[in-house]
Design a binder for this molecule. Structure first.
Ligand SMILES: Nc1ncnc2c1ncn2[C@@H]1O[C@H](COP(=O)(O)OP(=O)(O)OP(=O)(O)O)[C@@H](O)[C@H]1O
Ligand SMILES: [Mg+2]
Length: 370
């Protein structure tokens, strides 16, 4: 029996009581072996989910306890395994080892490697950009028709929730977010083909497995255009650069590499729209679930970037934060006609037709970064 010190109290997650009672009810004995078992809490969102790393002798597993039935997510992992996306090499998701619909728990293979946000923080932005692009190419080659719609409609709904949450914590920020949201409503991209999207493709959800990207946490998967995931990935890269100024250079390289390696797959104009929606979502993260009471320090900059990206080409965002320093620069910027996308590096021009994953041709890193 492992120590239960790491088990939070959360009556909405029935798996926790079962683990306390007997771990074998949750993880099949064949996966546990005879040796000592260690459980480490990775994340807990009260009332929603808890994630654990389970170590048993040589084995390492991921265990996710949910408040809602995780069967759809479990079925997705099974399906991705059938279409070759849960193998032992190349791009993959964790293999599903067990599912308990009544205890609402999934047991999965542990994928070993640093996350792309860790790569960027260590200075290896180029590799992070390559791995994220590689994932999108691999995923785009499979026709997976599962999951609810996850396009402009769902994102605009999320944007509305974000605006309300930001406004409840900070009036000016809420007003600025509203301006960005209105631009998004006016400039919705036409949806091209849709396919499987992760829905929360944050840099921390992609791992560097040495021979390809590993993508975890598919709880929000759905059907949408590829720009949903590309936009969210880049929104998290923007946030990383804001949170860690020493990583700004590596973040710029991650963006540059990602954008150049997804040329022909991702439409740059639609990408701006989805990225803006992602930025608003990140600005309000924690506020929407009630986990945080105060806006994160980078929220103003995230909303400002969202407003710039959401503004239709040639238009300047109308809102200026009252507390922004340097009034002349501020007033000038409010009237400046600017072209779209003040990106670190961002190609313009229409998306070309499909081209092969450059990683395939060049063989993405055989070794893990130090
Ligand atoms: N299969 C896995 N392989 C390796 N690491 C994992 C795996 N599953 C979870 N983790 C680790 O646990 C962390 C939390 O997992 P996950 O993102 O699935 O949970 P979450 O509750 O949705 O977290 P968050 O709200 O931060 O996204 C991950 O960032 C990762 O470090
Ligand atoms: Mg997660």
């Amino acid at each position: 029996m492992p120590s239960t010190a790491e088990l939070p109290d959360d009556p909405r997650l029935p798996a926790l009581a079962a683990i306390r009672d007997r771990l074998g009810q949750v993880i099949p004995e064949r996966e546990l072996g005879d040796g000592p078992v260690e459980i480490r809490l990775c994340n807990h969102v009260p009332g929603s989910r808890a994630t654990f790393e389970v170590r048993t002798g040589e084995r390492r597993l991921a265990l996710k306890a949910y408040a809602e039935d995780p069967t759809p997510e479990a079925e997705l992992y099974r399906h991705l395994a059938r279409v070759g996306l849960a193998g032992v090499s190349s791009a993959r998701v964790p293999r599903l080892l067990a599912v308990h619909p009544t205890l609402r728990v999934l047991v999965m293979e542990w994928l070993d490697g640093p996350s792309l946000s860790q790569l960027v923080r260590r200075g290896d932005g180029e590799r992070a950009g390559r791995l994220a692009a590689s994932w999108l190419w691999h995923a785009s080659r499979r026709r997976v028709k599962r999951g609810p719609p996850c396009g402009t409609g769902r994102l605009l709904y999320q944007v509305g929730v974000s605006v309300a949450a930001l406004g409840a914590s900070d009036r000016d920020l809420g007003a600025a977010a509203k301006v960005a949201a209105k631009s998004l409503v006016r400039s919705q991209p036409r949806e091209r083909s849709v396919g499987l999207v992760h829905g929360t493709l944050y840099a921390r959800h992609i791992l560097d497995l040495g021979d390809g990207p590993g993508v975890i946490d598919w709880q929000q998967f759905g059907q949408g255009p590829v720009e949903v995931d590309a936009g969210m990935f880049l929104a998290t890269i923007s946030r990383l650069a804001l949170r860690h100024s020493d990583a700004a250079g590596a973040a710029a390289r991650a963006e540059e590499t990602f954008v150049s390696r997804t040329r022909g797959l991702v439409d740059p104009l639609a990408l701006d729209w989805y990225r803006a929606a992602g930025l608003l979502h990140l600005a309000a993260s924690g506020l929407k679930t009630g986990l945080k009471r105060f806006v994160p320090p980078e929220a103003h900059a995230l909303v400002a970037e969202a407003a710039r990206r959401a503004a239709p080409a040639g238009a300047a965002p109308a809102f200026v934060f009252p507390e922004t320093p340097r009034p002349f620069a501020r007033i000038r910027s409010a009237f400046t006609i600017r072209s779209r996308t003040p990106s670190l590096v961002h190609p313009v021009g229409p998306a070309a037709t499909t081209q092969p994953d450059p990683d395939k041709a060049r063989g993405i890193g055989g070794t893990k970064p130090r």
